[in-house]
Each structure stands twice: as structure tokens, then as C-alpha cells.
Design a protein around this ligand. Structure first.
Ligand code: GDD
Length: 397
């Protein structure tokens, strides 16, 4: 793959925020006499490097009642060497969508000779395992894991830890193009290969997000991401006095984290998770509030934002869903101890203008699921161990 060099890096304490890097070409061939790293502002990430990261990566796919065809397409796009972990919150009643997902995954895995895990978010075994590990944060009043995409991601992370993987990527199950999924994972690998620190994160920026209105047109920015980016950049500006546009991936659903960093982060509930990750990085490693991990501060945090070649097409869920997503995401910035009055005013103005909040309202205080590094993972593993066979996609009922 050819990718633009990280031409500009903005620093916020120990966080090295790399400006967006575009993928120039999806493949760079086998020839080694191509420009060395950095020549002409473009870097070659060779195939061996990409594969070496894929083999150490888990791809977590959260799913809730998506079309089976889309789910199958997503699985088929994940590079073979990655371990797939599906965390489903789909219905299990008379129409058992979870079972259909399991069957579909089983079939793909059998034909392609790979394995995967599939687990239901409401599986009492998982709830018991997290309870034993002292991780009650993620449990609802019914004693089971709460609903939400973030909660599914945390379950995926716990499973990735059981599988002893070094990197975890997150990819939504409602992606229309398997080729785009393949590219997301290659972009994750490319980003990690550029990291100087073992604490790193790669966030995907879509080239275009096509919309259909009369004809098809290629939209660059969604309203939610534009607003979230603006508020995150304002948070940085309020501390540095330099206006910036460096953050372009505030809502990146498709993103990946090195396990060392993933274990340190708390995860804001539901769809607040992605802006919440960035806010937390600025709080914990920005040098303003007390540090939470000395080694990570010493090594620094590498943040990459990679713009794909593929356009992104996924299921559309309507304006109320987008308003809820905006509100919960901006709430993580609003309630951050770093957030100045000026940024709070900006957030309130945006939320009210976009009809996501009443003029006297305040964003709700977000719930954060505690970092998984704090839990006793051996206790989690002890409970899971006995049931692991059932969670394999190749398990036949
Ligand atoms: N397991 C599980 N549990 N999966 C869930 C849940 C849940 O409670 N809720 C949603 N999902 C799955 C969906 O099935 C989909 O695969 C993925 O999580 C994302 O949910 P969507 O409802 O499709 O989100 P979206 O498309 O509106 O937003 C996505 O993109 C945003 C950036 O534009 C999400 O990834 C957001 O988190 C992201 O900010």
C-alpha cells in the first residue's frame, strides 16, 4: 500500500495527533526498489508488514439485527489472519436472528478454514464472568450486560484479551462493501506499523459517504462528525490558544487500538464511545490533569487518522438516531474536566441549533465502562474457559 507520510503532527501533552494521511494506492507490489519511507511524501507499506500486523489483530464486529447479507459481506472482507469476534445483541426469540448469524459465520469459517468467536451480549455466562472479575460497571439492572455498541466493544476487548492478541479493530456489521472492510483492516495495520509507541490508535476517515437523492452523490462530511470534530478541536484550542482542525475522526466507528492502550481506556456507553476515547486521551495524557499511566506518558500515544480509498456505505437510521448520537457524543466533551466555558457554550449552541437539545437543557452525564485493565482477567478467563468451545463459530449445536 502507498500512504501519505504523516506530514504534520500536533502534540497535546504526550498525545501525538497525526493529521489525516490519505491512502494513495491500495497495493504497492513486491518490488523493493520503490521510494524509501518518506520519499516524496508517500510511504510504501509492504505486504509482509501488513500481514504481520493482521496476524496479531482481533476484529470485533458488533451487530444488532442487521441484514444477514451485509453481515456475511463484512465477514468475508476481514483478512484471513485476523481473529474475528462477533458480539451480537440481535433478537433470539421466535425469529432467532442470533442463530442465523451463528449459522452464517459457521458456514464461512468452514469453507475458508478459519475460526472465529461469536457471543451474545445477553449471554448469562459472560455476565457471570465479568461479575466474578469485579467488573459490575457493565451490568444492567437485570444482571446482564447492558445494551449498546460500546458495551459490545468492551465484550470484544475482553475476548481479545483471552485470545492474547496485541491489536483490536472495530468494524460495524452494516457495511455494504466487503472491499471497504478489507481496506479498513489494511489501513489499521498500516497505521500500527508507523507507530513509535506501543500505545497507539488508528481511526478511519472515509473518502466519501455516498448518498442517494435522485442520483447518487459522494458526500464528504456528515453533520454529526463535522460538529463533533469542531467541538474536539475547540477543546484543544482552549488549552493551546492555537486554532486547529487536526481532529477529523471524532466519530470514527471504524477504528483500532493497540491492546496496551485499549486496556487503559474507559468506554463511554453506546454511541458516545468514539468521541469519549479522544476526550479521555486528552484528559489522561494531555499533561494538564494527573497522568494515569507513567509508562504510556513516557512512550507517548500515537494517534493516526487514515483516509480510505474506498467510499463508505452503510445502513441509514434516520435523523432522531443522529441527534441522539450527537448529544451523547458531545456530552463526553461537555462533562470533561478539561472543558472550558467557551467550549461548553459552543456545544450547547450546536446541540440546540440541530434540535438535539432544548434551549434550557444540558447534555446528560455520560456513563463510562471502566478500563478493562483494572479487572481481574484471570477470574474472567476461569469462567469463560469452560464455555469457550460453545463460543467458537465452528461449534455445531
Ligand atoms: N452488539 C451490539 N449491541 N451491536 C450494536 C448495538 C448493541 O446494542 N447497537 C448497535 N450495534 C451495532 C450495529 O448493528 C452496527 O453493526 C454497529 O453497531 C453500529 O451501529 P449503527 O446503528 O449502524 O450506527 P451508525 O451507523 O448510526 O453509526 C456508526 O458510525 C458512527 C460514525 O459515523 C457507529 O459506529 C457510531 O459509533 C459511529 O460514531
Amino acid at each position: 500500500m502507498f500512504i501519505e507520510s504523516p506530514r504534520y503532527t500536533e502534540r497535546f501533552g504526550a498525545v501525538r495527533i497525526n493529521a489525516v494521511q490519505r491512502v494513495v494506492s491500495l497495493d504497492s507490489g513486491f518490488k523493493s526498489e520503490l521510494p524509501a519511507h518518506g520519499a516524496m511524501g508517500v510511504m510504501k507499506i509492504d505486504e509482509d508488514t501488513i500481514k504481520s500486523f493482521e496476524g496479531r489483530m482481533v476484529v470485533v464486529i458488533p451487530i444488532k439485527d442487521e441484514k444477514l447479507k451485509l453481515f456475511e459481506g463484512v465477514i468475508s472482507g476481514v483478512p484471513h489472519d485476523c481473529l474475528v469476534i462477533v458480539v451480537s445483541n440481535s433478537q433470539t426469540g421466535k425469529i432467532n436472528r442470533f442463530k442465523m448469524e451463528k449459522d452464517a459465520l459457521n458456514q464461512i469459517c468452514r469453507y475458508t478454514m478459519r475460526n472465529a468467536f461469536i457471543v451474545h451480549q445477553k449471554d448469562p455466562v459472560i455476565a457471570e464472568a465479568v461479575r466474578q472479575a469485579g467488573y459490575d460497571d457493565i451490568l444492567g439492572e437485570d444482571g446482564l450486560i447492558r445494551d449498546g455498541k460500546s458495551e459490545a466493544m468492551v465484550m470484544g476487548l475482553l475476548m481479545a484479551k483471552v485470545a492474547r492478541k496485541e491489536y483490536v479493530g472495530f468494524i460495524d456489521a452494516d457495511n455494504y462493501f466487503p472491499g471497504a472492510v478489507l481496506e479498513y483492516v489494511r489501513d489499521f495495520a498500516a497505521g500500527f506499523s508507523l507507530a513509535r509507541s506501543p500505545y497507539s490508535m488508528v481511526r478511519i476517515l472515509w473518502h466519501y459517504k455516498p448518498k442517494i437523492s435522485g442520483g447518487i452523490y459522494f458526500k464528504k462530511w456528515g453533520r454529526v462528525s463535522e460538529t463533533t470534530n469542531k467541538c474536539l478541536n475547540d477543546l484543544i484550542f482552549s488549552k493551546t490558544d492555537f486554532e486547529t482542525e487536526v481532529i477529523r475522526t471524532g466519530n470514527a466507528g471504524e477504528h483500532a487500538i493497540s491492546m496496551k492502550l485499549a486496556e487503559l481506556l474507559p468506554y463511554a456507553s453506546g454511541y458516545a464511545v468514539e468521541p469519549g476515547e479522544l476526550t479521555f486521551l486528552f484528559e489522561s495524557f494531555g499533561g494538564i490533569l494527573p497522568e494515569i499511566d507513567h509508562e504510556a506518558v513516557e512512550q507517548g500515544i500515537d494517534l493516526f487518522q487514515i483516509e480510505t480509498r474506498n467510499p463508505h456505505m452503510h445502513e441509514e437510521r434516520g435523523t432522531q438516531h443522529l441527534k441522539d448520537m450527537l448529544l451523547s457524543g458531545l456530552a463526553t466533551i461537555y462533562h470533561s474536566p478539561l472543558c472550558e466555558e467557551s467550549t461548553k457554550r459552543l456545544i450547547l449552541r450546536e446541540l440546540v441549533n440541530q434540535g438535539a437539545l432544548s434551549s434550557r437543557g444540558k447534555p446528560p452525564v455520560p456513563h463510562f465502562n471502566a478500563p478493562i485493565g483494572k479487572i481481574d482477567s484471570s477470574k474472567f478467563m476461569n469462567v469463560i474457559k469452560e464455555h469457550l468451545g460453545v463460543l467458537y463459530a465452528l461449534h455445531e449445536e
